[in-house]
Design a protein around this ligand. Structure first.
Ligand code: ADP
Ligand code: MG
Length: 296
């Protein structure tokens, strides 16, 4: 008579059979399937290497189990991280380690390192980054956004143009509610480049609705090349701008960056671009400085 196959795992309501009665050879044969069923993909993929390493280090059973679990946890965390980074839609990879604080003396490094702890995200506070083009606003937004993702917060990066374009379209198509809900979901919403381009007349009202919805719920990290005193011009409406700023600045950290564009600094260093005698930059050997309120 054919050998009775032992179940690979105990099913609900049954106790695991006594060790002496278990067909270990069969269990080993079923190991791959059991690891799949338990969604332990990293252990399954690297099983031989992990077991070899455990043997080499002469780990006991408990230590070996912990070693295998650690490999699975690390792999799951890596997957979560890479998915969350994709969902966040960062335009490029930038980190705080890659930020040269010496190049931007107007920034207090301890303030940025404090923001990197993401306590402000936990509290639902906002951060406003102000400064001219090229001084590292987007770099810091991405770097701080990545820190928030690493700490398990949901993050979405967008530009002011994209966000407001979407809300205007939502209003026209009767899908505003859905879009507002979508932008209210992430714990941290990063809005890049407010003030670079003129906004539609209704944009201020729509932006106000979003900021009100997120107020004290989720954080906003926003950057602008225009000081907040000029936001009534940005939104084309003094009352709306005041209402937006009232909520945005209530629990907020404002970082104002002054100084030269990092991009032009790099060009100057490489000799492509020389400052004029009067201190402002000229188009030396061909590379022109950007117009004042445009990205280069
Ligand atoms: P902004 O958003 O203020 O216009 P960016 O963040 O886009 O400026 O910076 C322009 C480029 O210069 C980016 O590639 C950025 O990584 C780099 N950069 C800016 N400031 C620094 C800095 N202090 N250290 C290192 N790289 C910088
Ligand atoms: Mg930018």
């Amino acid at each position: 008579m054919a050998r009775q196959k032992q179940p690979a795992t105990a099913t609900a309501g049954t106790t695991f059979p006594a060790a002496e009665t278990v067909d270990i050879a069969q269990l080993v044969e079923d190991l791959d399937a059991m690891l799949t069923r338990l969604r332990l993909g990293a252990i399954r993929e690297q099983l031989d290497a992990l077991l070899e390493e455990a043997a080499r280090r002469e780990l006991n059973l408990r230590e070996a189990l912990a070693w295998l679990c650690a490999a699975e946890v690390a792999s799951k965390e890596q997957r979560r991280l890479s998915m969350a980074m994709t969902i966040a839609h960062f335009p490029f990879v930038r980190t705080l380690e890659g930020f040269e604080f010496e190049a931007q003396p107007s920034i207090d490094p301890s303030k940025i390192r404090d923001l990197a702890t993401c306590r402000w995200v936990a509290n639902g506070d906002n951060v406003v980054l102000l400064g001219p083009p090229g001084v590292g606003k987007t770099h810091l937004e991405v770097a701080l956004g990545r820190e928030a993702v690493a700490r398990g917060y949901t993050v979405q990066f967008t530009t002011a143009m994209e966000l407001l374009g979407s809300l205007v379209k939502g209003q026209q198509q009767g899908t505003l509610e859905v879009r507002l809900a979508q932008y209210s979901k992430p714990k941290l919403l990063i809005i890049d480049e407010l003030g670079y381009l003129p906004l539609e007349p209704q944009a201020g009202h729509l932006f106000f609705q979003l900021i009100s919805r997120r107020y004290e719920q989720g954080s906003v990290l926003i950057s602008s090349n225009r000081p907040v005193e000029e936001w009534d011009e940005v939104f084309g409406d003094q009352v709306v701008a005041a209402a937006i700023l009232d909520r945005l600045l209530h629990h907020s950290h404002v970082v104002t960056i002054r100084g030269d564009s990092y991009r032009l600094r790099e060009k100057r260093r490489s000799g492509l671009f020389r400052p004029q005698a009067g201190g402002s930059s000229s188009s030396g050997s061909g590379v022109k400085p950007p117009p004042p309120a445009k990205e280069v």
